[in-house]
Design a protein. Structure first.
Length: 128
């Protein structure tokens, strides 16, 4: 339960607190981008999987609630990327077999610049 609370505090509560604090400053037509994961709701991924599933739900909810302000709320799954977390989850995987995070930045930049692909994007499948 300690790990659960730590993960939820950072991954879920942190995202909500940041959104709550920044929302008054977000201009109409702006964007809120949340990072999700293919682990969302996946068995054996514990608190992290639940936190990403919750982020997906929050993104959908905020998208509907902020529609009158035209604030685009989008959850982007960068897919498998070369991170320490992935290296720990897949210790036998060659890190060079997965892309560097910088290779998945285009969807984030596109949404920030005004694109509206819907509430959810798989970065590896969307080339804006």
């Amino acid at each position: 339960m300690d790990v659960w609370r730590d993960v939820m505090d950072v991954s879920l509560d942190g995202a909500l607190r940041l959104t709550q604090r920044l929302l008054p400053a977000i201009v109409d037509g702006g964007a809120i981008i949340n990072v999700t994961s293919g682990a969302a709701g996946r068995p054996s991924w514990g608190a992290y999987g639940v936190s990403r599933l919750a982020i997906n739900g929050i993104t959908q909810m905020l998208r509907a609630e902020l529609a009158d302000r035209r604030i685009r709320c989008v959850a982007i799954n960068p897919g498998g990327v070369r991170t320490q977390m992935r290296a720990e989850a897949y210790p036998d995987e060659d890190p060079l077999s997965v892309p560097h995070p910088a290779e998945r930045i285009a969807p984030f930049l596109a949404v920030a610049a005004g694109a509206d692909p819907g509430w959810f994007v798989e970065a590896k499948d969307w080339a804006p």
